[in-house]
Write a protein that binds this ligand. Structure first.
Ligand SMILES: Nc1ncnc2c1ncn2[C@@H]1O[C@H](COP(=O)(O)OP(=O)(O)OP(=O)(O)O)[C@@H](O)[C@H]1O
Ligand SMILES: Nc1nc2c(c(=O)[nH]1)N=C(CO)CN2
Length: 203
């Protein structure tokens, strides 16, 4: 290194780093050493629904930065939000994972997994081979329409609450309350546990 002509003078090649960049780097470092808990809801009402759900669990586990910690039982559920009888029944499940991915990257991965299962996007709540929603990401709250946290409709969906409660009896939705209480306030009509089907937790 060439010694400075003026000892103690600032090095002109070193630019000050903006505070926003320092904050972003610190946040990334902290997430890497401290994986966050996220809860994802899986749904399928087209194609081989069990294979689609299992494929989603496997694809999530195959993602660098994601560890699937728990997989719920499978529920057969009547389609929510659409005309009764207008769509095949769903199979739904919930997974709990730990991740070093920030929320935006987790959403990108969730959408890539949907696409890998030929998910097409048409009208709202259309039938689909695979739906992967982020229900919660640690205690994060955001009203960003690209990624709303917690998921804005999870608290009123028995097809999310029932499987989630099975694998985490103390689960809570930030700003909404305990999942057990939320489930008690929803109707369980059309939501049945499928005892004959089980998703595997990847080894
Ligand atoms: N928590 C979230 N999880 C997944 N997608 C979200 C979330 N919050 C906002 N979105 C946005 O919602 C958009 C539509 O998602 P999608 O097509 O999966 O909706 P949907 O499953 O049909 O309906 P719903 O959101 O009621 O479950 C996505 O492109 C995504 O940017
Ligand atoms: N039973 C059930 N109904 C739905 C589901 C789902 O996963 N299960 N997903 C939807 C859009 O996310 C809309 N309606």
């Amino acid at each position: 290194m060439t010694p400075s002509r003026f000892p103690g003078a600032p090095d002109p090649t070193v630019q000050p780093v903006p505070v926003s960049v320092v904050e972003a780097v610190d946040a990334a470092d902290s997430t890497l050493s401290n994986p966050r808990k996220a809860v994802l809801s899986l749904g399928s009402n087209l194609g081989n629904r069990v294979e689609n759900l299992q494929g989603a669990v496997d694809a999530l586990e195959d993602t660098p930065g994601i560890r699937v910690k728990a997989v719920s039982p499978v529920y057969r559920t009547e389609p929510w939000g659409v005309e009764p009888g207008s769509q095949p029944a769903y199979l739904n499940a919930v997974v709990v994972l730990r991740t070093t991915l920030p929320p935006s990257a987790l959403l990108e991965r969730a959408q890539a997994v949907e696409e890998a299962f030929h998910r097409t996007r048409s009208e709202r709540w259309a039938a689909r081979t695979l739906d992967v929603d982020i229900v919660t990401y640690e205690g994060r709250v955001s009203d960003d329409p690209v990624l709303t946290l917690p998921h804005p409709r999870a608290h009123e969906r028995a097809f999310v609450l029932a499987p989630w409660l099975d694998i985490d009896e103390a689960a809570e939705i930030p700003g909404r309350g305990p999942v057990a209480d939320l489930l008690a306030a929803t109707t369980l009509e059309g939501v049945e546990r499928r005892e004959d089907v089980e998703l595997r937790l990847p080894e």
